[in-house]
Ligand binder design. Structure first.
Ligand SMILES: *Cc1c(COP(=O)(O)O)cnc(C)c1O
Length: 387
């Protein structure tokens, strides 16, 4: 009874309004009226990331598939790429590129830190032959709760006068954090439907710059399902080359209305305020965040480090079994050391206050000495003056 608290950083809770929008009979996706619907989605997707040039694409796929889609449509076989690795998702992005036959120069960073922009600049400046043709950057490292500075990485690429394309994984940032596709001169940005867009998993969303689109017409990398050429030709007529995920598209249409009605600036401000409350709670518990510095702490997910003699999995297990609260686990090298609180999508101060109450109860049950109510009180104090 009562509601389940899904506080993982994706999938995120699906608002009733979006569930209703998706609950529909199937229809002919080649009908005369379908293009009006498809265009309403494709024309509004760019507004979420402040994109005015280039195009946005939607595939029946998950977010990870868009790593592949972005690369195979813009890079020649065997191309050399540069990527900071600072958590499990940057690791998987690199792994995907390697599995596709690309070479990746990896800049290792401690998990909990953000990419070091000076190192990216130095690596590009040293590459005088311009052998590196792309920089892979995870905007929001969901594994650690660290946000990287895309504008600073763009400035570093410019200072090095390097022509590498800029790829940004925005799976846990787009539609939640401020994302400036044009201003940051991003070439490919990717996301999925189940995080900031508040939908079930199943859609991959890909934003491409004009430069990236032009490369898509010329690169010789083998590609089939993710080939943007038939996708572009069909989209231009308001159709898709294969059967679109209709239910999810109906959800996406409504999610775009919700997000754009709230306004992307307000969406980002809401996530900032909510995150500040969560961080105030973690501090009041006397625990630390996985993000090593306040300046890089994510506004969509917070990794909480448990004391060295405790296992974060116990907290997650107790929260789930006793209080119907799902928390994110520590991934790879963070397993057992960290639990994660997702605070993105369909959230407000009171839903998060309830979730923080559950975290306090699970922490206490797990024998981690915190003062019950301290975190919730600190979050309240913050939200009362900022909401
Ligand atoms: C969730 C996530 C992914 C993976 O997306 P899927 O939809 O699960 O394939 C990739 N990158 C980041 C940063 C994520 O948070």
């Amino acid at each position: 009874m009562g509601r389940h608290f899904l506080q993982i950083p994706g999938p995120t809770p699906v608002p009733d309004r979006l569930q209703r929008a998706m609950h529909r009979q199937m229809e002919d996706h080649r009908s005369a009226v379908f293009p009006e619907f498809a265009r309403r989605i494709l024309s509004r997707l760019p507004q979420v990331v402040h994109q005015t040039r280039g195009e946005a694409f939607v595939f029946p796929a998950s977010g990870s598939a868009m790593w592949e889609a972005a690369l195979v449509n813009t890079q020649q076989p065997g191309a050399r790429l540069l990527a900071p690795r600072f958590g499990q998702f940057s690791h998987l992005f690199i792994q995907t590129a390697r599995n596709l036959g690309y070479t990746v120069d990896v800049l290792e960073e401690p998990w909990g830190e953000a990419p070091d922009v000076a190192r990216i600049e130095a690596a590009l400046a040293a590459d005088t032959a311009h052998a590196i043709t792309g920089v892979l950057l995870v905007h929001n490292e969901t594994a650690t709760g660290v946000t990287s500075d895309v504008a600073a990485v763009r400035a570093a690429i410019d200072r090095a006068k390097h022509p590498a394309l800029l790829y940004v994984d925005g799976v846990s940032s787009i539609a939640s954090l401020d994302f400036r596709f044009d201003d940051w001169r991003v070439d490919c940005a990717i996301t999925g439907s189940q995080k900031g867009f508040m939908l079930p998993a199943g859609l991959g969303i890909l934003y491409m710059s004009e430069r990236a689109l032009a490369l898509g017409e010329t690169v010789t990398t083998p590609r089939a399902y993710f080939d943007l050429r038939p996708m572009r030709a069909n989209n231009a007529q308001g159709y898709f080359p294969s059967t679109p995920a209709l239910s999810l598209l109906y959800g996406l249409d409504e999610a775009l209305t919700m997000l754009l009605d709230e306004g992307m600036a307000q969406v980002a401000a809401r996530h900032r305020t909510l995150a500040n409350g969560v961080r105030a709670a973690v501090a009041a518990w006397g625990l630390s965040t996985c993000a090593r510095r306040a300046a890089i702490a994510s506004d969509t997910v917070t990794g909480v480090v448990v004391p060295a003699d405790r296992d974060a999995r116990t907290v997650i297990d107790l929260a789930f079994r006793r209080y119907d609260l799902a928390l994110g686990s520590g991934l790879a090298e963070l397993a057992g050391k960290v639990f994660r609180i997702g605070h993105l999508g369909d959230m407000n101060a009171l839903t998060l206050a309830a979730a923080l109450t559950g975290v306090e109860m699970a922490l206490t049950d797990a024998g981690i000495a915190i003062t019950p109510g301290s975190g919730v009180g600190a979050a309240q104090a913050h939200w009362r003056v900022t909401t």
